[in-house]
Design a protein around this ligand. Structure first.
Ligand SMILES: [Zn+2]
Length: 242
């Protein structure tokens, strides 16, 4: 092998290595992300027909374009109901490669509301009032509308937990007014989770009732003149059983 051909060989190898370094073949991303797909199917058990119908009615009253892709799923792993995002089915996108545009699959985040069917059934039977579940669904939709669980909205995501809950309650109040829910039912929505003094994540019941009432009035609802229960009034109710 003469010097010239050896030189050419080195140059070719160098060019080949350089090409490998600067060009990552899009082969890996062309495959659908089966793991993401599996996660999605495991995570979302479709809602019952009744739950879906109620959810759609509440979402229609909310009348927000950004809520149209929120999915309702049932899950025994949430205590009551929860707004969150899950890894959705891979979404095909066009990517630019050295060989022109190609289709690749990217993971997607899907806004979801999980509800615990035993909790909803219990609330439904105990209250015998469909507006209570509607209020809960409207509250969870509020978390999505206000960006409380959206990794792309860090400001909303990081706001104080109490503020998030009160804002979602206010949103729910507006939706309940649009659904022509009687003012007397507002208390019931909050009383179904008895939390007199609140918790690290949720404000006390009395404050939440206030928040929902504010939204109700903002949504055109008329309060019935009754005053909202105070924390001490609810506490008295609790204490008499001990
Ligand atoms: Zn909440």
């Amino acid at each position: 092998m003469n010097l010239r051909s050896r030189w050419l060989m080195h140059l070719t190898s160098f060019a080949f290595v350089l090409l490998l370094l600067i060009w990552t073949p899009p082969v890996a991303s062309q495959q659908p992300n089966l793991w993401a797909q599996a996660q999605w199917w495991v995570a979302c058990t479709p809602p019952s027909a009744h739950a879906q119908a109620e959810f759609q009615a509440v979402r229609a009253a909310a009348n927000e374009a950004s809520l149209q892709n929120v999915q309702l799923c049932q899950s025994p792993y949430v205590p009551n109901a929860s707004a969150t995002v899950v890894q959705g089915p891979p979404r095909p996108v066009q990517v630019m490669t050295p060989f022109g545009y190609q289709v690749a699959f990217q993971p997607s985040l899907l806004p979801v509301i999980f509800y615990n069917p035993s909790f909803f059934a219990q609330v439904d039977v105990l209250t015998n009032n469909p507006n209570v579940i509607r209020g809960i669904l409207a509250h969870e939709l509020g978390h999505h509308k206000l960006g409380h669980v959206d990794p792309g909205a860090p400001l909303a995501l990081l706001s104080h937990p109490y503020q998030k809950e009160l804002d979602a309650d206010r949103f729910a109040g507006v939706v309940l007014a649009r659904l022509a829910v009687p003012a007397a039912d507002l208390d019931l929505v909050q009383r179904q989770v008895l939390s007199v003094f609140g918790s690290p994540s949720h404000p006390p019941t009395a404050a939440r009732i206030e928040g929902m009432r504010e939204g109700y009035v903002a949504g055109g609802g008329k309060l019935d003149g009754s005053s909202p229960p105070s924390t001490s009034a609810i506490l008295t109710q609790v204490r008499r059983w001990y």
